[in-house]
Design a protein around this ligand. Structure first.
Ligand code: ZN
Length: 518
């Protein structure tokens, strides 16, 4: 139990010990029982599963012993010394993998309100990272205490949001570069968040208020994250016409601030940049060649969900010419589906061209009126499958949902099973060991969590068991809430939170604080 009341020095020492034992336990055959205490509570043997270690290694048929919320031992089936009387869970025919980690999730508030988190655990998730796109709770420690008090099914980590800090400092007067004084005030907020356990700095530069920031402001704040061992993760300034320049900007920030960086939900967002995914990946590889630790995350859909404003890059939302150009770059107004429009909820689900026909207006007129009425939530069906698949296959790209509990996009309930079903089983774009790595050790390593995202003695017993022949997402753009099937069991800290289609109601998840949090 690493709750907030645990002695900080003890926690740190524990993390160091675990790191050492994980490093030592690199090959499954060499792993033996680890601090075997005879009366350890919560002992359980998971027997006969096909074990994927999360590191991309070939699977093997094995047994895994859970004790006190941790993996006490793991090895080839029948090869472990098991204390008499240990309960056994037969996992014959199932894959056993580390619990999945979603590095870009929007369940900040909803996971506290709905701690059973069915949309998450039904996908095999055991840890989510919130505070995405520059929008985070604050104060961070207050939020993390709320998570701990809620008894969530999953663990929750947080990044501190640039947009949140900018809004707190500049209020409604954010449509301009910040002054040096204002940047200093934002830096103080980021520092406080990092000191309280945030894993890094997030930004959402296509949104208010992040859109108006200059690169130097972001570098100054990323430097604070760097001082605390954090990383910088960004919804880039643009994912469409100028996405290549936006990638250059995050690379510049990474080098200037001296920290690892990650591109959120990497995509070639509209027709103007279709087929340029190889070029984007080449930029990442070149930056890595020059010493920058840069990675990206990605979700397995050809449509994005965002706000209506992102369509018009110049932000001249009332200028018919700019709006027409924005809609043309998408590939046409039929590619834009409204998900939420408060003045008239009946428009939800309709495409912009259909709304125009209903109202007797052009799509450009509809766009201008909706923006004037406060904007809308949209899904843009504007990505090309070849680009989506090329990002999927890159070893630099991990899986994220960019969704959350109650998401209006199917990615919120379907992302992780969809990768296993579609990208691994049906299309063969990813091998299963590689797909599991992209869902486990890759995000864990980005977070600096040496004791999660892998199956090894000493690691947290956050585990997912699934049937690779049946695992399937069911959420659609019409029914985004439909849960996936085929994830058979999920354990968090050795406690079962999901079994055969139902949340158990257990809440063993904790608020995770970044390694080295004082
Ligand atoms: Zn985003």
């Amino acid at each position: 139990m690493t709750g907030p009341s645990t002695g900080k020095l003890a926690t740190l020492a524990c993390v160091l010990l675990l790191t050492a034992s994980i490093a030592a336990a690199s090959s499954p055959a060499a792993i033996t029982a680890h601090h075997a205490r005879p009366q350890e509570a919560g002992r359980l043997l998971l027997a006969g599963a096909t074990i994927f270690d999360g590191l991309g290694n070939e699977p093997y048929r094995g047994d895994l012993l859970i004790e006190g919320g941790r993996i006490a031992a793991v090895g080839p089936a029948g090869g472990l010394e098991i204390p008499a009387g240990t309960p056994v869970e037969d996992l014959e025919g199932l894959v056993l993998a580390p619990g999945f980690i979603d590095i870009h999730n929007h369940s900040d508030r909803s996971v506290v309100r709905q701690p059973r988190a069915e949309a998450l655990v039904s996908q095999g998730l055991t840890t989510i990272v919130v505070g995405a796109d520059g929008s985070s709770p604050f104060p961070i420690d207050e939020y993390l205490r709320e998570v701990d008090a809620a008894g969530t099914a999953v663990n929750v980590a947080v990044t501190v949001g640039h947009g949140m800090a900018r809004r707190r400092v500049m209020g409604d007067d954010f449509r301009r570069p910040a002054t040096a004084e204002e940047v200093a005030s934002m830096a103080a907020i980021v520092r406080e968040g990092m000191q309280q356990g945030a894993f890094g700095l997030s930004s959402g530069l296509e949104y208010d208020p992040g859109f108006y920031s200059e690169t130097d402001e972001l570098i100054a704040l990323a430097e604070i994250a760097a001082e605390h061992g954090g990383f910088y993760i960004s919804h880039l300034r643009d994912e469409e016409e100028t996405v290549m320049e936006a990638i250059d900007e995050i690379i510049e920030i990474g080098f200037a601030a001296g920290l690892p960086v990650q591109i959120s939900h990497i995509k070639m967002g509209n027709a103007s940049v279709w087929d340029r995914s190889s070029e984007a990946l080449a930029k990442l590889e070149a930056a890595r060649g020059r010493g920058l630790d840069i990675t990206a995350d990605w979700y397995p859909y050809t449509a994005w969900a965002s706000s209506l404003s992102v369509v018009v890059r110049s932000r001249r939302f009332a200028d018919p010419e700019a709006v027409a150009a924005g809609l043309a770059a998408l590939g046409g107004p039929d590619r834009l589906q409204i998900t939420r429009f408060e003045p008239d909820p009946s428009l939800a689900g309709l495409r912009l061209d259909a709304i125009g026909r209903r109202l007797g207006k052009t799509p450009v007129e509809v766009y201008i009126e909706m923006m004037a009425a406060g904007g809308a939530g949209v899904i843009g069906h504007t990505m090309k499958i070849e680009d989506v698949n090329r990002f999927a296959a890159s070893p630099l790209v991990m899986v994220c949902s960019d969704g959350g509990i109650g998401s209006s996009h199917p990615r919120g309930a379907g992302t992780f099973p969809r990768v296993l079903a579609h990208y691994v089983r049906d299309e063969g774009i990813l091998t299963l060991p590689e797909a599991v790595r992209k869902m486990t050790s890759m995000p864990a390593d980005r977070l600096g969590l040496a004791d999660r995202g892998r199956i090894a003695a000493g690691a947290a017993a956050d585990l997912t068991a699934f049937d690779p022949t049946t695992v399937q997402d069911h959420s659609t753009f019409e029914r985004p809430e439909l849960l996936s099937t085929g994830i058979e069991r999920v354990w968090v800290a050795g406690e079962l939170v999901w079994r055969a289609g139902n949340a158990t109601g257990a809440g063993p998840g904790i608020a995770l604080r970044a390694p080295g949090t004082p």
